[in-house]
Ligand binder design. Structure first.
Ligand code: NAD
Length: 257
């Protein structure tokens, strides 16, 4: 399977899941645009590494996904895209009565509204070129809830709903729009929390992973960024051409409980 000749924009892709997805799309031959709100040498070096490792064109474009006009500018500066992956996201945890209103606004903007703006900017070009794949990175929290995550759960449920709407609006075009709902994924951020949690609970790494972090993940294994990338590549394949307006859970059984 090859995505050579296709161009992909992945929001929030200078670390974690977004970077994993960018790498797997590049491995499949797609030219990729990486993004975050920073503009450092390291950001551009990530793109250069991907270009040399996979022999594709890779660029880094700085744009702040909390701002609608920057989301739209990202797609414009990329020259449109065949594949759009909405991945940028942040988290904040607090009971609803104490939830900081500015944090609420930021999570709704970055985790949900950014996808509205990038999809609005990308769909006309996909229609014109006669091919498009939109993959929205939602969460198991797009389908279920946890306490203290009002903004995150609202945003991710919103992404799942918006995914269905855009799928219906593009149903007669050769465009699909789906959401991936990851459970707990082993990213550098998650990995960095393990040593402190081991100290806090006086537990082994295995026990922390199994009994603290993955209590809701029946497989008791983290999903990986490579699996998120592989699922994205699948959704871009011909085999997935009739998969649209739905969610794929990559959550070790979380949402089966
Ligand atoms: P991460 O913090 O490693 O990555 C988030 C990315 O978004 C980073 O590249 C960051 O720079 C970028 N970002 C943050 N604010 C931005 C902004 N204003 N503009 C542009 N980019 C911005 O986290 P991750 O775990 O890789 O999360 C990626 C996505 O996957 C998020 O949407 C998250 O909700 C979702 N997710 C993660 C998990 C998990 O267990 N890690 C589970 C389910 C869903």
């Amino acid at each position: 399977m090859t995505l050579s000749g296709k161009s992909a924009v992945i929001t929030g892709s200078n670390s974690g899941i977004g970077l994993g997805i960018a790498r797997e799309l590049a491995r499949a031959g797609a030219d990729v645009v990486l993004n975050s709100y920073t503009d450092s040498d390291e950001d551009h070096a990530l793109a250069a590494e991907i270009a040399s490792e996979f022999g594709v064109t890779a660029r880094y474009i700085s744009a702040d996904m909390s701002k609608g006009e920057e989301c739209r500018r990202l797609v414009a500066d990329a020259g449109g895209c065949d594949i759009l992956v909405n991945n940028a996201g942040i988290q904040h945890v607090a009971p609803v009565e104490a939830f900081d209103a500015a944090k609420w606004d930021a999570i709704i903007a970055i985790n949900m509204s950014s996808a509205f703006h990038t999809m609005a900017a990308a769909v006309p070009g996909m229609r014109a070129r006669g091919w498009g794949r939109i993959v929205n990175i939602a969460s198991a929290h797009g389908l279920t809830a946890s306490p203290y995550k009002s903004a995150y759960v609202a945003a991710k449920h919103g992404v799942v709903g918006m995914t269905k709407v855009v799928a219906l609006e593009t149903a007669e075009d050769p465009i699909t729009c789906n959401a991936i709902c990851p459970g707990y994924v082993l990213t550098p951020l998650v990995e960095s929390q393990i040593p402190d949690t081991m100290k806090e609970y006086d537990m082994s790494r295995e026990d922390v992973i199994k009994n603290v972090m993955l209590t809701r993940q029946p497989s008791k294994e983290f999903a990986t960024v490579e699996q998120m990338g592989g699922t994205t590549v699948f959704l871009c394949s011909d085999a997935a051409a009739q998969i649209t307006g739905t969610t794929i859970s990559v959550d070790g059984g979380w949402t089966a409980l």
